[in-house]
Design a protein around this ligand. Structure first.
Ligand SMILES: Cc1cc2nc3c(=O)[nH]c(=O)nc-3n(C[C@H](O)[C@H](O)[C@H](O)COP(=O)(O)O)c2cc1C
Length: 332
């Protein structure tokens, strides 16, 4: 069991690996469509494939390999086996990977969410096959921060000398790779609860309500206050609470409001408390649509929407005040 048994196959920034041990050839990982010929050539006479994920970017050609070599063992997690069968629409000689099991010198460690739920890491001797982890720090992994942290915690316990990722350069300095990933995933500690107040307003009526909310909240909270058309999605996704003010234009909320909503990171922000308000002229559909959509996205309504006909009156501000009191007492 040594690194000498491992062959590295790299092209176009992608890597897959073959291990030859006791006359048995095992393929670790996979490639995207454009590189599949090389993969098929290597895998068709192998004894086994270990899929670190079934993400199509890393399993092109598996269908052809199985067609040419139906007995080839296909190792993957439960989710990975389920997915690959549906991706290639073929029966396979499936081998279920269970967490922390060992087989022919391969140690399997299930590390889900990197970035698909089916991901697994493999250790052979002192080499870690890490899939997308340690390859680059793609947006996908950034979204799955908690999974990355959990994988780092688990993998750090093993004696690893080098890391062979699915993408990018081979990592020979394992310690600095772990350190770098710890830095990537370090959480910014906020002193105060963060609230985003994002609004859209044509004549200033919704804006007046938004400014009222800002005024009430900014002494106790870290408030990010902006018009929807210039909203920074990173700031919104760093917030603990989201407040959206929307006018209604042609029975809808304006595009800038929807743009803000579509950029919410639902992997991490599902369940975020929110509150919607706005000024309207006749039916206020925009306010209702935004509120229902956020609810359907799994976010937590703090208060029923405050819907204000044209310019806000004292009574309307009183309604806002009540909703803001609920915001203040929301448990994060
Ligand atoms: C082009 C246009 C279309 C509108 N369509 C609707 C509508 O479909 N439903 C509604 O309730 N109000 C509608 N309104 C009224 C506005 O929502 C209302 O004037 C509101 O007070 C605007 O608030 P704001 O000053 O924050 O933009 C429309 C206004 C404009 C200018």
């Amino acid at each position: 069991m040594s690194a000498n048994n491992i062959s590295i196959h790299s092209a176009d920034g992608y890597n897959f690996y073959t291990i030859t041990d006791n006359g048995r050839k095992t393929v670790i990982g996979g490639v995207p469509e454009k590189l599949k010929d090389r993969y098929i050539a290597e895998a068709k006479n192998a004894s086994a494939i270990v899929l670190l994920t079934s993400k199509p970017e890393f399993c092109a050609g598996v269908g052809e390999v199985v067609a040419q070599n139906p007995d080839i063992e296909v190792y993957a997690t439960a989710a990975g086996l389920r997915n690959i069968k549906e991706i290639i629409n073929r029966e396979i000689n499936e081998k279920l990977i269970k967490d922390k099991t060992e087989l022919d010198g391969l140690r399997f460690i299930i590390t889900p969410g990197l970035p698909w739920v089916d991901t697994v890491s493999v250790i052979y001797g002192d080499t870690l096959f890490s899939g997308e982890l340690f390859g680059d720090y793609s947006e996908n992994l950034a979204v799955n921060r908690d999974f990355v942290v959990s994988a780092l915690d688990t993998l750090e316990k093993y004696d690893i000398l080098r890391i062979y990722p699915a993408k990018g350069d081979i990592v020979s300095d394992k310690d600095s790779a772990f350190l770098q990933y710890r830095e990537f995933t370090a959480e910014e500690k906020a002193e105060k609860t963060r609230i985003s107040i994002i609004y859209s307003s044509e004549y200033g009526f919704t804006k007046a309500l938004a400014e009222y909310a800002k005024c009430k909240l900014e002494k106790d909270f870290d408030v990010y206050f902006t018009e929807a058309k210039s909203a920074d999605s990173d700031m919104v996704n760093k917030s603990d609470i989201l407040i959206i003010g929307t006018n209604t234009i042609n029975r809808n909320a304006p595009q800038s409001v929807w743009d803000t909503i579509t950029r919410i990171d639902l992997v991490n922000k599902r369940g975020m408390p929110y509150f919607v308000f706005g000024s309207f002229g006749w039916a206020g559909d925009g306010i209702k649509l935004v509120d229902k959509t956020l609810q359907a996205m799994g976010m937590k309504q703090i208060s029923k929407p405050v819907e204000v006909l044209f310019a806000p009156s004292d009574k309307d501000f009183e309604q806002m005040n009540k909703a803001i009191a609920k915001v203040v007492s929301t448990n994060i």
